[in-house]
Design a protein around this ligand. Sequence first.
Ligand SMILES: Cc1cc2nc3c(=O)[nH]c(=O)nc-3n(C[C@H](O)[C@H](O)[C@H](O)COP(=O)(O)O)c2cc1C
Length: 150
Amino acid sequence: MTPDFPFSYGEFYGAYSERQKAQGAAYYQALGIAIEDFDERQSAIRKNLEFFGAPHVCLLFMPEFHSVRIAGDVGMYGQTFLLALAAHGLGGVPQTLLGFFADTAREVLGIDPAMKMLFGISFGYPDTTSAASRYRIEKAPVDETVTFHQ
Ligand SMILES: Cc1cc2nc3c(=O)[nH]c(=O)nc-3n(C[C@H](O)[C@H](O)[C@H](O)COP(=O)(O)O)c2cc1C
């Protein structure tokens, strides 16, 4: 694995860590995989590398040495892309994991080594019957995530 940007579950702290764990538990439960079944979880994770069966993938890169502000801009681009897909009846899966294979993507696609990969978005027409697309995770209420000043 050759991630351009470090990743650690340790970056999720407090409520974020709890939500991250709850999301993982709900996801594996929806797939019918016991949380302690390491092999099954590994094969579910491996599906990331098959783009979860989607026919297309968009990989998002940013120039080396540019600031975290640029990463924010790329994140906004990704969100807009997801909304545009939805508006056309398509679906997209944002995938940090694809960025763990940045060297492979650059090599296969002939991308400038100075361009660093943030994440990918697999996309296509969603299979609305699959367990993975039917499950929904609870969203934290706005009151918990936003501080209103008057
Ligand atoms: C920026 C970002 C990166 C993600 N990376 C991955 C990933 O690498 N692999 C994965 O299975 N899910 C990943 N997810 C989670 C799913 O793409 C999806 O967001 C989750 O299943 C919940 O769907 P929802 O946000 O529409 O409720 C990521 C989500 C986001 C927002």
